[in-house]
Write a protein of this length. Sequence first.
Length: 187
Amino acid sequence: MQIKIKSKNLNLSDSQKEGIEFKVAKLENLADRLSDESTEFRIEVRHEKSRKASDAYICQLTIFAPGTVIRAETRNETIENAIDDCLDKIKGQIERYKSKIHRSDKKTNEPEPMPEGAEAEFVIPNILRRKRFSNSAPMSEEEAIEKMELIGHGFFLFNNRDTGRFSVAYKREDGFYGIIEPKQDND
């Protein structure tokens, strides 16, 4: 297990870094695959100017485990609360991941790999970040929604096994999910 801590617009003290490492190290006990030596925990803590003081500190924790990526992000008025909230949120994501692994172990021995994210690149001022990933293995809409929930995003681009096309799964404001797919000329 590797732990990488990064800070932006603030300086973390050595004791704060040690505290974060201690708390994050406890997460590996929650799932067998998280204790794998190839698993990487990336923690980013940053300070941003915001209209609301309660959104000043942001903590983002991403876990790159064998076969999946789990991510959580929280905002709070103090560094410590943002970190604690993020750890609580990621614990829920890990529980969801474990239940998914339990279900998928009944079908196959190994879950499908998640597409690898590429480094961000700035193109024009209006586009803040561009991500590139290798073609993902085809998956069902249900698997795409599960992966979207694991990384904590509101949308997820995937190769739809049923249509053979790239589609976007997204979470609607009413709590339900939607799928966006390109229309072909013959549709």
